[in-house]
Every structure is written in structure tokens, then in C-alpha cells.
Design a protein around this ligand. Sequence first.
Ligand SMILES: *Cc1c(COP(=O)(O)O)cnc(C)c1O
Length: 388
Amino acid sequence: MTTRKPATVAVRTGIESDTQYHAVVPPIYLSTNYGFPAFGEVPNYDYTRSGNPNRNLLEEALSKLECGVGATITNCGTSALNLWVSAFIGPDDIIIAPHDCYGGTYRLFNTRAQKGDFKVLFVDQSDEKAFADALAQKPKLILLETPSNPLVRVIDIEKVCQQAKQIGALVAVDNTFLTPVYQKPLTLGADFVIHSTTKYINGHSDVIGGVVISKDAEHAEKIAWWGNCIGATGTPFDSYMTLRGLRTLPARMRQHEESSQQILNYLLKQELVKVVYHPSLPNHPGHDIAKKQQSGFGSMLSFEVNGSYEQLKLFVSSLELFSLAESLGGVESLICHPATMTHRAMGEKALAEAGVSILLLRVSVGLEDPEDLIADLDQAFNKAKEIR
Ligand SMILES: *Cc1c(COP(=O)(O)O)cnc(C)c1O
């Protein structure tokens, strides 16, 4: 079969697959269970926790887009991460995770490690010495999150995967920020890709979901088995909705990025902005790696306010088109204050170590008209300038 481009895979997977009524769009199968054709004959699907046609279509589409061989859809991104560690790790094993990883990932790994389920090392993966020291402890699993959250730091996937191979460690990349449209970790040597499909993949901020995609068939089977065993799999309705959102992923990602470039150019000229974090900026750490391993820079950006905490608060509350909310990757623009929102569970010390300042704001650029978004930022900055 010819290899199709991502937009074609995203739009066409499952189209015209209905054999009963020839529905163009695949129907939704909400049934929890399926009849056995005859005594002793096992059907393709028997019970929805273990398998469902809607979930399978989404798995097929995401697996193809990431160049994998199999995927398991989970009920959220966190359960995808939990499934991955559950399938591969025991009490004596070590995971290396980024010190600035997604707050929920930090909480999950930290809490389970405290219970004695496994050991975790949170490491600044851009610090070669720190990373080499962690590798010397022979970890079984390595999680990368690149670009990271919220400082969009970039890690060299190919290099880490080569180092991991030498010690027999398996590497997963949390690809939530870029999606397969802009980065394909499995082609760079990673063993797994994990997503919170809640973000860009569904893209409409109305479904919580996740996925683990494997490069190796044996791993894919093991993950699917564990997904059923621990009950981590996603529902048919969520899978239906997420496939519907996925149809437009490449088109959305292009517009998200184009708008974020315009906003970036605007932010760089503001006196109330101290520093802007985005992999497209030539002075951003990891800019060259991003150019090498990504086919786009993505549209998550963050910036530090050059002013007081009061000015930051007034700026944020004056915005009309950026909702003050967690999450990211939806059609609507969002602004987030990591220290009091997404990353508050980390505590002051871990926040400081991860370089997350109290004056940092993270922006998820949505699909509103970029001129309106810039005008909104401008009026909010003007209000904030009036106070100290
Ligand atoms: C949101 C997010 C997660 C967690 O996913 P949920 O669907 O909220 O459970 C994991 N990693 C990253 C990078 C995220 O943005």
C-alpha cells in the first residue's frame, strides 16, 4: 500500500468502512458487549474494555500518523503514562523523567515512587553531565517531553535514544505539544510515543483522552494487554469524538503556528515582556535541535513579565480573548499562570529548579483571527502599564 501523507491519513481513516449501510462516516458503537456468533466461537469484539471498533479506528489513525505498529487509546494522557510504566517497570527499576515535565506527570511518578512502585529520577535532560549521571544508574525507562512544558525546552531525541540503546533502556516521548504533524519521535529512535489527545489531537477542548503508540509489535501487544488488565482504555464516544477532531489536525496545526508567529513578533517588541520562550527564536536553547528534529516549531509559547506581580495580574484579568485556564491545544486561545495553576503541585523548590518563575505566563494560541488576538494583548498591556 502506498504511504499517504498525514492530512490524507487523518481525513480518510475509517471513511466508508461501514459494511452494513455504507455510511461514509464510521458509525459509533456504544454497546458494551458483543454476541458470540456460535457456541465456542470468539468474535472480533466481545467486551468494550478490551476492544471496540471506534477505539480501533482512532488507534489505527494515530499509529499510522506516528509511524508506529500499534496503539492503545486510554481514557486520558495521564493514564497513558501510567499504563506505559505499569507495563514495563517493577519496584527495583528506575525511570528518568524531565525535571520540568507536565505537572500531572511529575505528581504521578513522584507519588508512585514514594509508594515504592518504582524509582524515579527527575533530571534536567539538557544538562549533559546530570543526564550522564542518571544514565549511569541504568534506568529501565526514559521519558522525554520535548518541547517541554512550560518553557518549551528542546531535547535531542536521536541522541538520547542512542545513549538509551547502549544501556538497554526504553524511551518514550510525550509528543503532546507538537503532534505527529511536526515531530515523529519513532523515526528518530524512540520506542514509544505518548499523547494527551485532550490537547491538539482532539483540538476542541471537549474530550479527555490519551494514547500510547509503539514502534515494536511485541511492545504494542504488551501495552494493549495491560490497558485491558488495569482498565485504562478509552470509551467509544470519546474515541469517536477524537477521530472527528483528528480529521482537521494538520490544517489546525498550520494555522496555530502561523498565528503564534505573529503573536511572537508582537510580544518581542513589548516593554512589559522580559523574555519570550519559543523554539523558533534563534537564541532559544535547543533552537538548532528543533530545526533538525521538528518540521514545525509549534504554537505553545511562554513569556516572563517585565514588571510587578500586580501588573501581571491586571494584564491577565484585562484579556478578553485569552481564557485564564489550564490545558492547551484547543481552537480557543488560553493563558495560564503555571506557578499557581498547572505546576502548583510541584512546590516552590521544584518550580525554582525547573526555572518556572512566578512572573511566567504560558499561552496556547488558538484559531481566532490573529489580528484580534494581538489587539487584545495590546489593550491588556496598556492597562497593566498604568500601574506598578
Ligand atoms: C495534558 C498533558 C498530559 C496529561 O494528559 P491528561 O489528558 O490531562 O491526563 C501529559 N503530558 C502533557 C505534555 C500534557 O500537556
